[in-house]
Design a protein around this ligand. Structure first.
Ligand code: NAD
Ligand code: MG
Length: 399
């Protein structure tokens, strides 16, 4: 029996994780669940999964949740705030932690899980992008097991040898090929992108996801963050990580070897596959995902990404090559810009402009501690808000 904490239980990944867990009551029990503000959904999850603890984002949400749970005669302990999140992620009573909070808010509890030597199922790519080396050091020092949930990285993980040691050459690996659907605007005329609405940007052709990652997929910043994520997870230099547009989202990513072999992981686009793979690793369990029928898919297409159409992808490669706190700056500026776009304060094509302006305005440096990373994160957020408030951004990205 494995005891599981789910950080971000009410989100898209959280709900898919509980769906897989519900199929295997003989293997998994839920120790704790967290949600930010969706108290009613969290209460319903508590009724079904009977966690010992539930954590929310504010005192008011905690009061509301406690009242709902009392009415259901449940004795789940209700807490709120970051310290409680870190505790449910690191407590001796939990074996594995699904890190599925969105954005920088997930860093502290995800790091707490790593430092406590847990099995960390990593969906929260922003945490790793921000803290890179520090996070990987924590995993190594505490003997934690880090398993990627992001479908691309989960695919790469499955295509690498079992004894892979975060170094490409000894394993004969020449390249990591991350596939990308290209999002909803792959073929739309670039000039019309100024006018797209948040709902249009969130309508992903292949995956149903939270709104932040959906916008990231539309700008391809999601793939940029994934390039940085792949660098840390697999010890791959930027030049050895390539992005390939693959609109069908059936090949979830690939690994090239020096003998000419290319290994790929294929499946229907449904996050329950990587979630089940990581939960049960090294076993295999049923996930609820339909078997892939390649004769139904018919055609698989691949093309090079257009960096002019997707400037965020280039910004992310630049940040990875710059190193230090540059990825943390990139991530923070992106979070603020995406929220501003979702709030209709800036246009879609201003997202990359805000990020580029923040990267230009703030010097990046070494990242010796999490405190230094968080200070840069705060500075980048303030700079992005200032730039947006000044309203001086051009609508169209310069070539
Ligand atoms: P979502 O928006 O659907 O859910 C986010 C979860 O985080 C919710 O449970 C919410 O309550 C919680 N949360 C939000 N803000 C918080 C805060 N300030 N403090 C504490 N908790 C907070 O997002 P999602 O699509 O499930 O994505 C979650 C993470 O997984 C992201 O990092 C995303 O990049 C990654 N991911 C998602 C998918 C996908 O298919 N959805 C695929 C790969 C990776
Ligand atoms: Mg992904």
């Amino acid at each position: 029996m494995q005891s599981i904490t789910i950080l971000g239980a009410t989100g898209s990944i959280g709900v898919s994780t509980l769906d897989v867990i519900a199929r295997h009551p003989d293997r998994y029990i839920v120790y704790a669940l967290s949600a930010h503000s969706r108290v009613e959904e969290l209460a319903a999850q508590c009724r079904q999964f009977r966690p010992k603890r539930a954590v929310v984002g504010s005192a008011a949400a905690a009061d509301q949740l406690a009242a709902l749970l009392r009415a259901m005669h449940l004795d789940t302990q209700v807490e709120w705030g970051e310290a409680a999140l870190c505790d449910i992620a690191s407590n001796t009573e939990t074996d594995a932690v699904m890190a599925a909070i969105v954005g920088a808010a997930g860093l502290a509890p995800t790091l707490a899980a790593a430092r406590a030597g847990k099995k960390v199922l990593l969906a929260n790519k922003e945490a790793l992008v921000m803290s890179g080396q520090l996070f990987m050091d924590a995993v190594r020092d505490a003997g934690a097991t880090l398993l990627p949930i992001d479908s691309e990285h989960n695919a790469v993980f499955q295509c690498l040898p079992a004894n892979y040691r975060r170094s490409l050459a000894p394993a004969g690996v020449t390249k990591i090929l991350l596939t990308a659907s290209g999002g909803p605007f792959l073929k739309r005329a670039v000039e019309t992108l100024d006018a797209v609405t948040p709902d249009e940007a969130c309508k992903h052709p292949k995956w149903v996801m939270g709104r932040k990652i959906s916008v990231d997929s539309a700008t391809m910043m999601n793939k940029g963050l994934e390039v940085i994520e792949a660098h840390w997870l697999f010890g791959a230099p930027a030049d050895h990580i390539e992005v390939v547009i693959h609109p069908q989202s059936v090949v979830h990513s690939m690994v090239s070897y020096n003998d000419g072999s290319v290994l790929a992981e294929l499946g229907n686009p449904d996050m329950r596959t990587p979630i089940a793979q990581a939960l049960a690793y090294p076993d295999r369990i049923e996930s609820g995902v339909a078997q892939l029928d390649l004769t139904q898919v018919g055609t698989l297409q691949f093309e090079k990404p257009d960096f002019n159409r997707f400037p965020c992808l280039a910004l992310a490669y630049d940040a990875l090559r710059a190193g230090g706190t540059a990825p943390a700056l990139l991530n923070a500026a992106n979070e603020v810009a995406v929220q501003a776009f979702l709030d209709e304060r800036i246009g879609f094509r201003q997202i990359d402009r805000v990020i580029a302006a923040v990267m230009d305005a703030l010097p990046h440096g070494p990242a010796p501690s999490i405190e230094a990373v968080l200070a840069q994160d705060a500075a980048a957020r303030a700079a992005a808000e200032r730039i947006i408030a000044a309203g001086a951004l051009p609508m169209t990205a310069s070539a």
